[in-house]
Design a protein around this ligand. Structure first.
Ligand code: YSA
Length: 350
C-alpha cells in the first residue's frame, strides 16, 4: 500500500478508536478495546508493521504520525480506565451523591435583648398599652427638672450622668445621654390628653462602674398610665400580672417601698435570684437573694401639676424596668456584661 493511503488509514483508525473508547463503559469492554486497537496484534500494530515496505521518506512520515496516534490512544485508554475506577468507587453512580443531606445554613437570630423587649412589649400591649419611643440624647429639663429633680437635688446622685459637651445660654451643661426612660413621661404628658396607657422601650446610659447586674448602657421599659380614678391597686395589679406572664407562678415576687422624686408613694419590685436557689445570696444578687427589676409609683401630684394636669381630677402610675435583668432572671444569665460582649457562644444560646 502507498504511504498516503496508510496515513489516511491510520487517521481513520484513530478516529474510530476514540469513538469506540467512549462507548466502552465496562472493564471488559475496555480490555477488548485495548486488544483490538493498541494490543500487540491490534489494528495500529498491523498498520505499523507495513512500514518496512515503504520508501524511506514515507517510512519517516508514517513512523512519526504512527507514534503520535499510539501515544494519544494509550493516554486516552489510561484516562478511560481511571474514570471507570472512580465511578466504580461510587457504585457506578455519578460522583455527586444526591441523597446526601444538604449543608446546614446557620440562620441569624434576634439578640436576646430584642427578644425580651418584644416579650415585655407583648405582655403590656395585651393589657392595652400603646408603644412609643423617644430620644436617647435628652435635655436636663426632661430627664430631671420636670420630674421634680431640680438642680443640686441630692436625688440626682441616683443617676450618674453622661453629659454632652454643650452649654446653654446660661453656660450650664443642659444636654445629656438619658439616664432613664422617665423623661418620656414628661414628653407624653406634654403632648397628649388622658386617658394615657403608654409603654416606652429604649436605651439608657449611666456613668457608673459595671458589675454582674450593672452596665453603663442598658435598656429600660417605661410605663405610664394616667386617667381619672387610677390607684396604687391598679399599679400593683398590673405589675403582678406582668410578672406572672413573664416568669409564671413559681417565682417569688418582692414588692416594697422605694423613693423616686417623681412618684409618691414609690416602690420597687424584685424577683427571687435564679442563681442561689434557696435565697442564701450570691455574687449575682449581691448576697440578698433578690434581683431588683423595676422602680415604680404613683405619679407625684407636683409632676402632674407642672404639666398642666389637675391632680384632683387625674391620678396615674408609672414604672421603669430593666429588660436585661429580666432576661437574666428568665434565662439564668449570671452577668449582664454578656449582653454587650458580642460573644457568639453566648448569643447562639437564645
Ligand atoms: C421609677 C418610678 C417611676 O414612676 C417610673 C420609673 C422609675 C424608674 C426610674 N426611672 C429608674 O431609673 N430607676 S432605677 O435607677 O432603679 O432603674 C430602674 C431599673 O432599670 C432597675 O430596676 C434595673 O432593672 C434597671 N437598671 C438600672 N440601672 C441599671 C439597670 N440595668 C442595667 N444596668 C444598670 N446600670
Amino acid at each position: 500500500m502507498a504511504g498516503n493511503d496508510l496515513i489516511e488509514e491510520i487517521k481513520a483508525l484513530e478516529q474510530n478508536a476514540l469513538i469506540a473508547l467512549d462507548e466502552a463503559q465496562s472493564k471488559e469492554s475496555l480490555e477488548e478495546w485495548r486488544i483490538s486497537y493498541i494490543g500487540r496484534k491490534g489494528a495500529l500494530t498491523s498498520i505499523l508493521r507495513q512500514l518496512p515496505s515503504l520508501t524511506p521518506e514515507d517510512r519517516r512520515l508514517l513512523g512519526s504520525i504512527g507514534n503520535k496516534v499510539k501515544t494519544n490512544l494509550e493516554q486516552s485508554f489510561a484516562n478511560a480506565e481511571q474514570s471507570l475506577t472512580k465511578s466504580a468507587n461510587t457504585n457506578g453512580n455519578p460522583s455527586v451523591d444526591v441523597t446526601m443531606p444538604g449543608r446546614q445554613i446557620s440562620i441569624g437570630k434576634l439578640h436576646p435583648t430584642t427578644q425580651i423587649l418584644r416579650e415585655i412589649c407583648d405582655a403590656f400591649v395585651g393589657m392595652g398599652f400603646q408603644v412609643v419611643e423617644g430620644p436617647e440624647v435628652e435635655w436636663d429639663h426632661y430627664n430631671f427638672e420636670k420630674l421634680n429633680i431640680p438642680k443640686d437635688h441630692p436625688a440626682r446622685d441616683m443617676w450618674d450622668t453622661l453629659w454632652i459637651d454643650y452649654e446653654n445660654d446660661n453656660r450650664e451643661k443642659s444636654m445629656l445621654m438619658r439616664t432613664h426612660t422617665s423623661p418620656m413621661q414628661v414628653r407624653i404628658m406634654e403632648n397628649s390628653q388622658p386617658p394615657l396607657r403608654v409603654l416606652v422601650p429604649g436605651k439608657c446610659y449611666r456613668y457608673e462602674a459595671t458589675d454582674a447586674t450593672h452596665e453603663s448602657q442598658f435598656y429600660q421599659v417605661e410605663g405610664l398610665v394616667v386617667d381619672q380614678g387610677i390607684t396604687f391597686a391598679n399599679l400593683k395589679g398590673t405589675l403582678y400580672e406582668f410578672a406572672r406572664l413573664l416568669f409564671g407562678t413559681d417565682r417569688k415576687v418582692r414588692f416594697r417601698v422605694d423613693y423616686f422624686p417623681f412618684v409618691e408613694p414609690g416602690a420597687e419590685m424584685a424577683i427571687d435570684c435564679f442563681s442561689c436557689s434557696n435565697g442564701e445570696g450570691c455574687r449575682v444578687c449581691k448576697g440578698t437573694g433578690w434581683i431588683e427589676i423595676l422602680g415604680a409609683g404613683m405619679v407625684n401630684p407636683k409632676v402632674l401639676e407642672g404639666l398642666g394636669y389637675d391632680p384632683s381630677i387625674y391620678t396615674g402610675f408609672a414604672f421603669g424596668m430593666g429588660p436585661e435583668r429580666i432576661a437574666m432572671l428568665k434565662y439564668g444569665i449570671d452577668d449582664i456584661r454578656l449582653f454587650y460582649s458580642n460573644d457568639v457562644r453566648f448569643l447562639s444560646q437564645f
